[in-house]
Each structure stands twice: as C-alpha cells, then as structure tokens.
Design a protein around this ligand. Structure first.
Ligand SMILES: [Zn+2]
Length: 204
C-alpha cells in the first residue's frame, strides 16, 4: 500500500503531472511468491495487472563480468544463471524478489529500460508472472557460455533457451513491437545490424 501513498504524494506535489499507467509501480501487494509445483518458487499475481504496468524494477549490486566469472560463481556465492545482465559488461546480483521471477517462452511480462519488468498483456489473478530470459542475455554470452533447458510448457516452448540472437526472428520481432527489450540489448542489436550491412557492402 506504500506505493499508493507515494503516487498520491507525487500527484500532490506535481498537480499538473498526469500519471500514466506505466508510472505506477505495481506494489508488492499485487504479487505473491508461491510454489509453482513444476520448477520451484515463482511470483504470482494476487490482483489483476494491466498491460503496460510496471511489475518490479530489478535492483541489486552491480558487478562486472570478471567478478561474476572469476569470483562470485567459482566461490559458490551465486549460480551462473543468477545475475541479470544490464550492460555488455555489467550484471545485477538480483534483489530477493527479482530473483524469483521465472522464465517462460510465452511470457506475460517483459524487460525494458535497464531492468524494469512490466506487463506485456493483461495479467489475471493467479497467473504466474514470467519473462523470456533470452531477451536479457547479450551477444557476448553465446550458447557456449550460457544455455538453459526449458520446461515452461508453452506451446511455443523452445526447449533449450540461449542468448538474444538465438530467438526465432518472429519472436524477436514480437518483443521489439512490445518494447520488451532492455536498452543495452537494443543497442547491441543495432550494432550487429550495422556490422551485417558493412559486411554486405564489402562483399559487393
Ligand atoms: Zn519454454
């Protein structure tokens, strides 16, 4: 409920600011952690969440790839799958809630900006809130470095998931249209496209 008060305070302080739905941070009272009965715990909707609403802004300590690969993973402080990539060389050691959101190949949420999870469609009470992990794994983490077996059960389940470039073209286009890509991923894809064009030009 704290968030509601916060929103009211913002309106009071800035009476001319019209708040959009996406400005409203879905308070934790709309979320609950439960056993998925399939793959450990997950985050579920206790209340309806409208398309576009912010579900959770992932936070945590920012670490470099070097720190992850050479210190935190080998020492057993985190698992290789745990951190969220937020830049080509930066990762978040996720806050306790962020850590629990599971992957789905047909998700109802997506990641945008730096690390903002938002609803990509209306979410009903009781639905598990998921996002597509592949959309958050950059081009410097090809399948030789990271893959995950998927048992999400979606019709379009990819079975084995990997980095952003492993997404089927159609799926990537869908996420692009929904705005469900982080800033650094968008930048990496742009650079990749540029390189492709350059190569094509050189060939001619
Ligand atoms: Zn799947």
């Amino acid at each position: 409920m704290k968030t509601l008060h916060k929103v009211k305070r913002i309106i009071k302080r800035h009476p001319h600011k019209t708040l959009k739905k996406s400005d409203v941070y879905v308070a934790s009272y709309k979320l609950e952690i439960r056993d998925t009965k399939k793959y450990g715990r997950g985050v579920f909707a206790r209340k309806e969440i409208a398309k576009g609403e912010t579900i959770h802004i992932f936070t945590g300590r920012v670490v470099s790839e070097y720190e992850c690969d050479h210190i935190l993973v080998p020492s057993g402080q985190i698992r290789n799958d745990d951190p969220l990539q937020i830049e080509t060389d930066k990762y978040l050691i996720l806050d306790p809630l962020a850590y629990i959101f599971n992957h789905n190949c047909n998700p109802n949420a997506g990641m945008k900006d730096r690390s903002t999870l938002f609803a990509v469609r209306n979410i009903k009470v009781g639905e598990e809130i998921t996002y597509d992990y592949s959309t958050t794994v950059g081009l410097n983490n090809p399948p030789a470095i990271w893959t995950m077996d998927c048992v999400c059960g979606a019709k379009n389940c990819r079975k084995k998931i990997a980095y952003i470039a492993s997404l089927p073209k159609k799926t990537l286009a869908k996420y692009q249209k929904l705005g469900a890509l982080q800033d650094y991923i968008k930048q990496e894809l742009k650079e990749k496209d540029k390189k492709k064009w350059r190569k094509a030009l050189v060939k001619k």
